[in-house]
Design a binder for this molecule. Sequence first.
Ligand code: AMP
Length: 377
Amino acid sequence: MSTIGILGGGQLARMLALAGAPLGLRFLVVDSAEDACAGQVAPLLRADWRDFDKLADFAARVDVATFDFENVPADTAQWLTEHVPVFPNPRALAISQDRLAEKTLFREIGLDTPEFATVDGRDDLARALERIGAPAILKTRRLGYDGKGQFRLKSPADVDAAWNALGGAPSILEAFVPFERELSVIAVRSREGEFRAYPLTQNWHAEGILSASLAPAPDSEALAPIAYAHARRIAEELDYVGTFALELFVRDGKLLGNEMAPRVHNSGHWTIEGAPASQFENHLRAVLGLPLGDTGALDVHVMLNWVGELPDALPILAEPRAHWHDYGKSARAGRKVGHATVCARSAAEMRERLTRIGAALGREAQVAPVLAALGRE
Ligand code: AMP
């Protein structure tokens, strides 16, 4: 009987614990918040990332440690490795915590990125904008997620506002990419180096937060092997163990690397019902050194996110092959509180289901781009 320690007690830790139950796994979750939602399904140890006494107690009680949150300080992760095996390794975590290191790695392994420049001061920003041109996005190198730590510049007049909005933090300025679409690869690599990837997922964001995902992404047969090869090279370069996401833009039919998440990812939630082994189960298999499970898609799958407020879930539950996941969190603006996954045998069947759910919940705008993508099937 193995016990998995998880740093961070949000919905990702919660879904990892739920996926591990059939495998007979035990969990111990660390979070500083008393009401961390993974604590409803697994034992919760309340501790700060710098509370090394409590973390030593945590390490003594688990067989392997992993993350639901990529912003755990890399030195805390490094310290933990002296007490317990930690996957993914602290270097992989550190690189994906820093947009500059991450994009540099992408370029090194042959994955193009949007044009970018390092910004360490206001004058750097003005120079970078001159070189890259407007519109552009200023992003903090660290601690940015779900569109946080970003400022869009429409013209050079926005330099001061952008610099002040991000509090002068070390940043990168990135060219704004008028992409055709956004895709992600959810991939997993085991302790033995076995690599698998799920079918490409197409994603839509609203205000920087994932709104909907469709898998398999339509018309992606040509891009999929290229995306998998990039994901594999990144994983091998980092000696990565576990599930991760590589987020990509498609521009002029070509892939550009946006960012990677060193953990299970929101755009892979459809795999719970949509794949023989979910991203959560495969993460657990990977960190335990077990064989990986099948990553094929069973059917057509759409994931819809709920941010801020929970819906009336009844119209979702009433729909055939639609599933509702309530994370057990209290409502708060900008907070992910639940998701729905809808499965169907065909694009036509999916369109019918999504149209009904969208109408019943007043979510027509959220499902509209997915319906349009399915319409081309
Ligand atoms: P990020 O946190 O960097 O993944 O950004 C969140 C979302 O903002 C992305 O998924 C895109 O929808 C959008 N975005 C980020 N960077 C760019 C860019 N360089 N050009 C256009 N849109 C972007």
